[in-house]
Design a binder for this molecule. Structure first.
Ligand code: AMP
Ligand code: MG
Length: 439
């Protein structure tokens, strides 16, 4: 595709083109103590039964249950206590009729015993230095036994590759002796902001200049997606220098995000940089706002995301296109933003020639969720990014939306979603939707 010709494609098409090119990241084996929040690169199978032996769930006495079949308040039965076993120990004796073994929680049920009676339910007595218990109730066979394999049977697949490692999964991995675990390597995302107007964050303001906020925002976004970040010094709009800068980034990263300079302005050099690199441009114009100039390309197995310099456009581009590349590369089953439906609380009168992503505040209402645009709806706005916890998605070729309409909403937290998004609010075709009045 020529980088000079700009044909807008629908958002859905853009996502699909990106997904077609995703590849799995390499895996690495790391210590269990280091694997929090990483993603499994191998299926985890139970190597043994859990529990691995029949064990007592209480402190009590392991008995032979049929000894108690006549036991009652008026007819206590007496059993001789042979020994005491704590958790981690194995009984020396077997339980036979007329005997019991004092057993603590977690200890292996002794041979011969077929039930446990809790400590509180027996009377302990001593006669001539010999310990006995009195039982005044019947105990059924298998009462109070945790059976081998009742929790997990050997061979069960416990978690598949692509599963996020949570504390619960760590418990499972430890249970089965995974002192190391195969996880997907974190892709390295190089972030290069471009723009002669940019200042470093520690620099005082100067006439005509602004501080580089995109790099830090995008870094936070991709870190939350599970990537490692390499933050590069921002660069001025200069074709030759940028070409070299991007090349350096490509050499050192799996994914390169550039911000700014991707449009058609006089000093927007990224399209020319892609051309010079011989990158395969997947698209360079999307029917969306903000971020219609968002460009995605691949180059020798690496990714190039040319995000708009406008902070909100940059944010949206990162969530829509970078997120699934990072997460699908780790076999995450729901690599896209989470999808919700909500009721619009205010009119949104602006027409939407392109699909519009409106920074918004999503709240739970009594019966449904409510969503409200977050402040200034300009792609340059950062205050709305601060307030927003979601993006309203208004399909293209709709004229405006009224309070009370049901709209689709995306969030960058939550369990994520699969593709395609399964309800039509997002991508109504041009033929079907022009702002219907809601009752
Ligand atoms: P561009 O995409 O280069 O046309 O930039 C669009 C707008 O975003 C311009 O107003 C830029 O000054 C602004 N901008 C570009 N890069 C950044 C950045 N790294 N941080 C904040 N704003 C930026
Ligand atoms: Mg610029």
């Amino acid at each position: 595709m020529s980088v000079t010709k700009r044909t807008p494609i629908p958002v859905s098409e853009a996502v699909e083109r990106v997904m077609k090119h995703t590849n799995h990241w390499h895996s690495e084996r790391i210590s269990l103590t280091e694997c929090d929040d990483r993603v499994l690169a191998e299926d985890v199978t139970a190597a043994n039964d859990v529990p691995p032996f029949n064990r007592s769930p209480y402190d009590g006495f392991a008995i032979f249950s049929s000894d108690t079949c006549e036991a009652s308040e008026n007819n206590p039965i007496k059993l001789q206590v042979l020994e005491t076993i704590g958790a981690g120990h194995v009984a020396q004796h077997s339980v036979t009729s007329g005997t019991a073994i004092r057993i603590m929680t977690g200890a292996q049920i002794p041979d011969g015993a077929d039930a446990v009676i809790m400590l509180e339910l027996v009377k302990e007595i001593k006669e001539n230095d010999i310990s006995f218990i009195e039982i005044r109730r019947t105990v059924k066979r298998n009462d109070n036994i945790s059976f081998q394999g009742e929790d997990t049977k050997e061979g069960t697949v416990l978690a598949e590759a692509g599963t996020l490692i949570t504390p619960g999964l760590i418990a499972v991995l430890a249970t089965f002796g995974f002192h190391t675990v195969s996880v997907f390597k974190k892709p390295v995302v190089g972030i290069l902001s471009t723009g002669t107007e940019l200042l470093d964050i520690h620099e005082p303001l100067q006439p005509g200049k602004i501080r580089n906020s995109n790099a830090y925002m995008a870094a936070a976004q991709v870190k939350a997606m599970g990537a490692d970040v390499k933050l590069y010094q921002h660069r001025e709009d200069d074709l030759d220098a940028l070409y070299e800068n991007v090349q350096d980034c490509l050499n050192e990263s799996d994914i390169v995000i550039t911000t700014g300079g991707v449009s058609v302005g006089d000093f927007d050099y990224l399209p020319a940089v892609y051309e010079k690199l011989g990158a395969q441009v997947l698209f360079n114009k999307i029917a969306m706002r903000p971020g219609s100039v968002t460009t995605v390309a691949t180059c020798n197995g690496k990714w190039l995301f040319g995000l708009s310099g406008n902070p909100s456009a940059c944010f949206v581009g990162c969530e829509l296109f970078v997120r699934p590349v990072i997460l699908a590369g780790m076999k995450r089953s729901k690599p896209h933003c989470s999808v919700h439906k909500a009721i619009l609380t205010t009119d949104f009168p602006k027409p939407n020639p392109f699909t519009r992503f409106v920074r918004a505040i999503l709240k739970d209402g009594e019966n449904n969720r409510h969503v409200t645009p977050a402040g200034l709806d300009k792609s340059s706005s950062i205050s709305s990014l601060l307030a927003a916890n979601s993006l309203i998605v208004l399909p293209g070729r709709t004229r405006g939306w009224e309070r009370g309409s049901e709209v689709g909403v995306l969030t960058w937290y939550g369990e994520g979603s699969e593709w395609p998004w399964d309800f039509p609010l997002f991508f109504k075709s041009s033929a079907t939707k022009t702002a219907e009045k809601q009752p």
